[in-house]
Design a protein around this ligand. Structure first.
Ligand SMILES: NC(=O)c1ccc[n+]([C@@H]2O[C@H](COP(=O)([O-])OP(=O)(O)OC[C@H]3O[C@@H](n4cnc5c(N)ncnc54)[C@H](OP(=O)(O)O)[C@@H]3O)[C@@H](O)[C@H]2O)c1
Length: 309
């Protein structure tokens, strides 16, 4: 293994904390960039934290480093999607990514060789039962437009000689965070259930597989362009609810009506009521072996039952 110095923007978040810890444990040097001043952001074990201004990052933060993983972005799952909030969801990804690429340009010959920039399977938009791989076209709803704009900014680093991977993440399942962390209290009360008709697909992925796929993208010089980081077995929403309920020994069969979700969440309800069946074709083509290919194994591990291989 080559030891890298990796900079992680947004590395204080759900995915970044685990990625930073695991990269550091594997012997890499890790610098997490956070907006929070004076050590306000706790450093993931083994990593150092540096403050940055995502609108005008100093090129010195990147010069002399080997790789950047870009995980910035205001959460899409908190609060109603007002027009102002939608603008913040977009700007918090597009502006820091554009500024990051400008800083890479200014770093000259000292710039990192590789950028892995987060995106999401929301790139494909709501697509019913269609199988989607990296060659499938983008959708046209709000989240798809965010992903397209965000990926376009990251891809602008390619002409600088930086190898760019666009990491289209599915819903990440891990301990202490993410959408699952917000769903668990409801399911533990026995109040969870399918959303709407429950037929919509959910492309999920275990955190350990996210970390391994990002490491692959950092290390393998042939990985360039879009990369679906999802499990090979997406599930319908109703099956997700059923399996989670069973593992928690709680009933989870009372559907949450679409109308109630729309009234409660506004346009954000579409995120839960529609979905896509994204498949990790490129990862599989690269010989990637998922540690948690099935939802049962992934959820069991996250819930602490350790039934995974
Ligand atoms: N988790 C998932 O299931 C999932 C699925 C698909 C895609 N993704 C994408 O993957 C990325 C990482 O996800 P995550 O779950 O780890 O997110 P997260 O926990 O919300 O962390 C994102 C980090 O971005 C930084 N950030 C927030 N708003 C920002 C802004 N306006 N400008 C600059 N930085 C900002 C924050 O760091 P500081 O406050 O320390 O600066 C925060 O710790 C996100 O872009 C997300 O959209 C995640």
């Amino acid at each position: 293994m080559i030891n890298l110095h990796v900079v992680i923007t947004g590395g204080t978040g759900f995915v970044g904390r685990t990625l930073a810890r695991k990269l550091a444990a594997a012997g890499h040097r890790v610098t997490v960039l956070s907006r929070r001043a004076g050590g306000g952001a706790p450093a993931p074990a083994g990593a150092e934290v540096a403050q940055w201004n995502p609108a005008r990052p100093s090129p010195a933060l990147f010069a002399g480093k080997d790789a950047v993983v870009n995980l910035v972005g205001e959460s899409i799952a908190i609060g109603r999607w007002t027009e102002a909030r939608k603008q913040r969801i977009l700007d918090s990804r597009v502006v820091p990514t554009r500024s990051l690429v400008s800083a890479l340009a200014a770093a000259g010959g000292e710039r990192p060789r590789v950028l892995v920039s987060a995106s999401a399977v929301g790139y494909y938009g709501p697509r019913g039962d269609e199988d989607l791989d990296e060659d499938s076209p983008a959708g046209s709803d709000f989240l798809a437009r965010v992903c397209v704009a965000w990926e376009t900014e990251a891809w602008a680093a390619e002409p600088l000689g930086v190898r760019v991977t666009l990491a289209r993440l599915g819903m990440v399942l891990g301990r202490d965070g993410g959408l699952l962390g917000r769903m668990l209290p409801v399911f533990r009360l026995g109040l969870g259930g399918p959303l709407g008709n429950g037929r919509q697909w959910l492309s999920w992925v275990h955190m350990d597989d996210v970390v391994s796929a990002i490491v692959l993208a950092l290390e393998n010089e042939t990985v360039r362009g879009p990369l679906n980081i999802t499990s090979p077995h997406p599930v319908r929403n109703r099956d997700f609810a059923r399996i989670l309920g069973r593992l928690l020994n709680r009933p989870a069969f009372i559907p949450v009506p679409s109308l109630a979700l729309r009234l409660g969440l506004g346009e954000m309800a579409d995120l839960l009521l529609t979905g896509q069946r994204a498949l990790p074709r490129r990862l599989e083509g690269l010989g990637f072996k998922h540690r948690f290919p099935t939802l049962e194994a992934a959820l069991s591990e996250v819930l602490g039952r350790n039934s995974a291989p």
